[in-house]
Design a binder for this molecule. Structure first.
Ligand code: HBI
Length: 369
């Protein structure tokens, strides 16, 4: 396929590398990497202060920094929240409009109203990667308009994610899944004696269930991720203070992938306790790549990732006791199966091909199988 000139417009909730963008940061960086390796010309527009991992510094990916205020995160707003346009988002799309003739395709990763609304005003095609399930009425409506005018131009991680958009036919979505660069994750066969929780520290992520389950299961727990909601974090810290002194429940901060996977690989299991339907759950494939079994609530993307009994355990949503039972059975999981699943199903190469096919179908009308 000929080399495309691509502009990836990242999430406006925070700079790349800050952790504020959660899984979408990894998605944007990994996609840029794999498309650059496929010899496309890739540029990323992201909030001021964005950095790319050293591991891909050698690739020719241009990073265009957007000044302005970060976007309020959609998942903390009510469904009827009015449309918000922070200046970082506005500046990104002002740049995209004035520079559009330099690109063959724009790829939007902002989970926000503006990019969808602006799509008909662009001469260059826009592909929209929707990074979460349905959260906002105005956004659902504008996505539906884009689907009518530009069929085939919206993509998502998982089928279950698309099913949360009641106003849209699931068949109108391109399902892309996700991936990581497996070579950045070392397989660990001999775990230490702790569980691990990883993610944005925010109420929808259910960290309180992981702390309660670790204490009930008499297991130590390591916590990593960006503190996004400090009130919530204070509640968690008071729950941690109740733990018996022989258990260590520690917060390791927000680490780069390179640093994180060293601790991640040592874990007996990763606990994924989200109260909402995760669009995907990229932390789960990071754990699998290190050989770490995943214990997760059976909802959202995690239900499509974890093979219960083979690479982890799926527990009925919000059933904290179920988590304790699963923790007690984690020794039944063969850690090599976890690594194998990551290698065969979540490699960058297969994922990059799916995006290339999607772009093909948008630009050249080939409706791929
Ligand atoms: N909220 N308004 C808004 N825009 C985003 O792009 C966005 C968000 N909340 C979370 C988020 N993106 C990402 O962290 C998740 O999609 C992973």
């Amino acid at each position: 396929m000929r080399s495309l000139r691509l502009l990836l417009l990242s999430t406006p909730v925070g700079p790349l590398g800050s952790g504020l963008g959660g899984g979408v940061e990894l998605t944007v960086v990994n996609l840029a990497q794999v498309l650059a390796r496929l010899s496309h010309q890739v540029a990323i527009a992201a909030p001021q202060g964005s950095v790319l991992p050293d591991a891909i510094a050698a690739l020719d990916i241009s990073l265009i920094q957007m000044a302005g205020n970060w976007q309020p995160i959609a998942q903390s707003q009510p469904r009827s929240a009015p449309i918000a346009v922070g200046s970082a988002l506005a500046n990104a799309w002002q740049y995209a409009h004035q520079a559009q003739s330099q690109y063959d395709l724009l790829v939007n990763f902002a989970y926000d109203w503006l990019p969808f609304y602006l799509t008909p005003f662009f001469k260059v095609p826009v592909a929209h990667f929707v990074s979460m399930g349905s959260l906002n009425d105005a956004l659902d409506a504008v996505i539906a308009q884009v689907v009518v005018q530009f069929p085939g131009t919206i993509g998502a991680y998982t089928r279950s994610q698309t099913q949360t958009f009641a106003n849209l036919d699931p068949g109108q979505w391109q399902i892309l899944g996700s991936a990581i660069d497996i070579s950045h994750y070392q397989y660990c066969d001999q775990p230490s004696d702790f569980l691990l929780w990883l993610g944005r520290i925010s109420p929808e992520k259910g960290l309180e269930d992981a702390v309660a389950a670790a204490i009930s299961a008499n297991q130590s727990l390591q916590i990593f991720g960006k503190v996004e909601n400090s009130d919530y974090w204070r509640q968690i810290q008071s729950a941690i203070a109740q733990a018996p002194s022989h258990l260590s429940i520690d917060y390791g901060g927000f680490l780069t992938t390179e640093q994180l996977q060293k601790s991640l690989g040592q874990a007996k299991a990763l606990l994924v306790t989200s109260h909402w339907a995760e669009a995907f759950g990229i932390v789960a494939i990071e754990a699998l790549a290190c050989g770490v079994p995943v214990i997760a609530y059976r909802c959202g993307g995690l239900a499509e990732i974890v093979r219960s009994g083979e690479t982890g355990w799926l527990v009925e949503p919000d059933d904290a006791l179920g988590l304790v039972d699963a923790i007690a059975q984690i020794h039944q999981i063969d850690r090599r199966h976890c690594r194998q699943q990551a290698e065969t199903t979540y490699s960058l190469a297969a994922w990059g091909d799916r995006f290339e096919q999607w772009f093909d179908s948008i630009l050249f009308g080939k409706i791929t199988a």
